[in-house]
Structures are given as C-alpha cells and as structure tokens.
Design a protein around this ligand. Structure first.
Ligand SMILES: NC(=O)C1=CN([C@@H]2O[C@H](COP(=O)(O)OP(=O)(O)OC[C@H]3O[C@@H](n4cnc5c(N)ncnc54)[C@H](O)[C@@H]3O)[C@@H](O)[C@H]2O)[C@H](O)CC1
Ligand SMILES: [K+]
Length: 307
C-alpha cells in the first residue's frame, strides 16, 4: 500500500528515473529513493496523504548516497563539480581548444535544443519569443551565443544580462548581438509579464562552477523565474541547483529542457523535465575513456542527442 502510493505519486509527477528504480528494487532502496524525492520537493504530495517526518540531515544523507550509488546510470558516468572543471581544463590545456570554440558550439547546441523542444509550428507563431537570461561566467557566454543562433534560426530572442564580466570574450559576444539588433533588457520583467510576452526562457545563469547560496542580483532573478510558467531550457545545470546534489531545498529552477554539455553533470540524474539533451560534440575519445564516460552516439551530423 505504502509503496503503491509512492509509485502512484511518481508516475503522476513524471519522475521516470526514480519510478523506474522504485518498481525494480528492494524495499530499503525504495525507501531511500522515496526520501530523496521528498527532499527534492517541498510542496505536499498531491493526491496522497503521505507524510514523512525525517529530519533534513537524513534526507540529505539519503540524497548523497543515491548520488554515490548511481554514478553510472545506463553505463553513463556523470561528472561531479571538480571533475567537470578538470575535464574542461583538459580540453583547453591538453587538446588546445579555445574557450571561443567551445562556447560557440555550446551555444549552437542550446539553440538547436530550444528549436527542437519548442518548434515554431507547435508554439503557434512564426518567430517564438525567447528570453535569454545570462549569468556572469561561461554559462552566460553560452547564452549569448545561443541568442545569436536563435536569431538566425528565425526565433526572436531578447537578453537579460545583469552582471557583465569585463572580459573581451563576453564584450565581443554582446557587441555581436547588439549589432544584430537583439535587444538587451535593462530590467527583468515580472513573472506575469514574462509569461505573457515570451514562449521560452533560456537559463544561462549558472553552470558547473556554481557554489553556495545564490548571491545578488541573481537571488531575485531566480525568485522571479521560479514563478514563471513559461518553459525553461537550462544550459548545462539548472540554475540554483548544486552541481552534485541538485535542488534539495526546492528553491532552484525547474526546467522543462536541460542541455548537458560535454557530459551530464551529477545533478542531471534528478532532472524531471520533458527534454534532456547532450551537446558539445567535441569530446576526444581518449578523454572520454580517461573519465570512463560512456556517452551516447550522436545521430548523423547532429550536434545534440536526446538522453
Ligand atoms: N567544457 C565545457 O563543458 C564547457 C562549458 N562551458 C560552459 O561554461 C560553464 C562553466 O563556466 P564557468 O565560467 O566556469 O562558471 P559558471 O558559468 O557556472 O559561473 C561562474 C560565475 O558564477 C558566479 N557564481 C558562482 N556561484 C555563485 C553564487 N552562489 N551566487 C552568485 N554568483 C555565483 C561566479 O562568481 C562566476 O562569476 C559550463 O557549465 C558550460 O555552460 C563553456 O561555454 C564551453 C566549455
Ligand atoms: K544554467
């Protein structure tokens, strides 16, 4: 009865990964996963009368154990925060890729994922309106590139970029967008205005270097975006999520689409949105095998693959 209710809840909320595990595993594991799921959702369990009175420490520990146990879901290996940084450094230092090259492909992948998830034919307008919210680091840079490609793909992007890091790479990306008449907003619209004016939000705020509590001005930015019902497409990591532990307090974004870059980060196992893609098809075979990455093959000449 207990497990049946839990299964019912997960099927209702579309938690496919966890539900799959719940139905196939031992009670101990099931209970652990149940704790994990509750820890990810502060809202009451709709449609059930379940109540769990475990303290946060227990939940976080359960969550951490899940992360450790399931690092190789379907033979794929996820990158933790430190590994993602090392992996990145190796692409730069050992393989001599430049940040401009990687960011260009990353942004192109994000634009492709947005168009694939929200095609104009389904959105119902010729040029779907996209709000691209950019953070201060390279995740934000991916967003600037994505906005430019979305424009060339016939979409209508606008950018909110409140904290501009004064580095040439970002200045050039901004200048390109400005020259192409992509509008930069000086203020983030309210959630109702976003829902009225945009069809998709691209979350390019934080990626794999995010750490600790969200600092200003992004605390208020996230607080607004979580209230939106417009679908969110997150770049690499849903903003507000811990790169490894996800969103145990339920305060981060809840994207509908996630575009993991190079390899999925550990927290992506907790993603429950409809579309999960892998992009940045520039991982050398030797590096993949060094990190024991079993990445899915990309179809044909595609830059993204659905996970
Ligand atoms: N090889 C690859 O996979 C590539 C990935 N790319 C993208 O780059 C990001 C990682 O970029 P990085 O600059 O290292 O970090 P972030 O963009 O995640 O953010 C750093 C930025 O954010 C600030 N910050 C960190 N924590 C907080 C906080 N709690 N509150 C407020 N601000 C915070 C920090 O100070 C920095 O300013 C990766 O995810 C991909 O999206 C590259 O584009 C290509 C190569
Ligand atoms: K992000």
């Amino acid at each position: 009865m207990f497990l049946a209710s839990v299964r019912n809840y997960f099927s209702l909320t579309g938690r496919r990964l966890i539900a799959r595990r719940l139905s196939s595993s031992r009670i101990g594991t099931s209970f652990r996963l149940f704790l994990l799921a509750v820890s990810c959702h502060s809202q009451p369990l709709s449609g059930t009368t379940l109540r769990v009175s475990a303290n946060n420490r227990t939940l976080i520990e359960a969550h951490r154990r899940l992360m450790t146990d399931s690092g190789s879901e379907r033979g794929r290996r996820y990158l933790g925060q430190e590994e993602a940084r090392e992996f990145d450094n190796s692409l730069f230092n050992d393989y001599k890729f430049s940040i401009d090259q990687l960011m260009e492909v990353a942004g192109l992948c994000v634009a492709q994922a947005v168009v694939r998830s929200y095609p104009a034919s389904e959105v119902g307008v010729a040029s779907p309106r996209v709000l691209v919210v950019c953070g201060p680091g390279n995740n934000g840079g991916d967003g600037l590139v994505a906005a430019r490609h979305l424009l060339f793909m016939g979409y209508d992007p606008e950018i909110y970029y409140p904290k501009r890091t004064p580095k040439d790479i970002y200045k050039i990306l901004v200048a390109q967008c400005e020259k192409l008449n992509v509008r930069f907003l000086t203020e983030l619209p309210s959630a109702p205005d976003i829902d009225r004016d945009y069809h998709v939000i691209v979350d390019a705020i934080f990626g794999f270097s995010f750490k600790g509590a969200v600092r200003s001005p992004f605390d208020t930015v996230l607080a607004t975006l979580v209230q939106c019902s417009t679908p969110i497409a997150s770049v690499d990591v849903p903003s507000g999520w811990d790169v490894e532990n996800g969103d145990p307090n339920g305060t981060g974004l809840k994207p509908d689409t996630l575009v993991s870059l190079t390899a999925p980060k550990t927290c992506s196992q907790l993603f429950t949105g409809r579309h999960h893609y892998l992009g940045l098809r520039m991982v050398p075979r030797e590096l993949a095998s060094q990190y024991k990455l079993d990445l899915p093959p990309y179809p044909g000449t595609d830059q993204i693959v659905r996970l």
